[in-house]
Design a protein. Structure first.
Length: 282
């Protein structure tokens, strides 16, 4: 992989969806929107995906929009929340719905909850928008992945949060990645991937997965390997070296599988990639 000083390399293009308004960052919306504009016009703009906005904040977002903005609509309530969310933004031409991320309907088996979201996507998702179904952790996850396999939609998996229990173990995350790869199912992650490399947060003691670990674990799964060792790796130089050795076809395959992750800070992932020599700052 070659690093172009004028662009973000393909392994990282569009990798970071801007979730600045979500915990733990929780940047106020009036600050988050102009900050996103800055990211999208900076030299590293290629790293940055759409602005993620929760369904409950869409009304406030409408009041701040003064030029075109691509958004990802986050709907934690399940399939019944999708129509009201999309209706809120339907009359604002400056907002382009790039995607919708909807939690599998609660109160039922995850497979049935995912099935209901898929049905809602088929009825309501705007043309050109990507749909992702957030699958709850647990033993029923494979059945929910089976529902999404063969559809145009992605799986979404929570990789962290504001409590230690919100972070999946290495075997758990490896099983999700492998499960998606085996089904040819693209996926994205959300929460907890603040840095490139697996680490223990010194302030909270939480064990954070690294997004570079996940990228390389995805490559391992695609090539018949075991992702667990790569998810556990804490040596940034080793991970950076492995990433640099990926070929163009391998990079394309990895990013077709692991499409993006939501992060409340675009700057932290960028700084890590610069420090690891995987992106050259301009």
């Amino acid at each position: 992989m070659t690093t172009n000083p004028s662009a973000v390399p393909p392994l990282f293009t569009g990798l970071c969806d801007d979730a600045a308004i979500f915990p733990p960052g929780e940047l106020p919306l009036p600050q988050a929107v102009p900050a996103h504009r800055t990211h999208r016009t900076a030299w590293y703009a290629g790293l940055v995906g759409p602005f993620l906005c929760g369904a409950g904040a869409l009304g406030a977002l409408l009041e701040l929009v003064d030029e075109p903005l691509a958004i990802g609509v986050i709907v934690p309530a399940g399939s019944t929340g999708l129509a009201p969310a999309l209706e809120t933004v339907a009359t604002e031409p400056r907002l382009r719905v790039a995607g919708a991320e909807v939690a599998a309907d609660p109160g039922m088996a995850p497979a049935e909850g995912a099935r209901r979201v898929v049905a809602a996507f088929e009825r309501l998702l705007p043309a050109g928008a990507c749909g992702a179904v957030e699958i709850p952790r647990g033993p029923d996850l494979p059945a929910a992945l089976d529902v999404l396999a063969g559809t145009p939609y992605r799986a979404k998996f929570r990789t962290g949060g504001t409590a230690a229990g919100a972070f999946p173990t290495e075997p758990e995350l490896a099983a999700f990645v492998t499960g998606c790869v085996e089904r040819g199912l693209p996926f994205k992650c959300t929460a907890g991937l603040h840095h490139a490399v697996r680490h223990t947060d010194p302030a909270t003691g939480f064990e954070h997965h690294g997004f570079l670990n996940v990228l390389l674990a995805t490559h391992a799964a695609l090539t018949g390997g075991d992702p667990r060792a790569l998810l556990a790796e804490r040596d940034g130089k080793e991970l950076a070296s492995a990433a640099s050795e990926l070929t163009v076809p391998q990079i394309s395959a990895v990013r077709a599988a692991f499409t993006a992750f939501g992060t409340c800070s675009v700057v932290e992932p960028l700084d890590d990639l610069i420090a690891l020599g995987l992106i050259q700052a301009r």
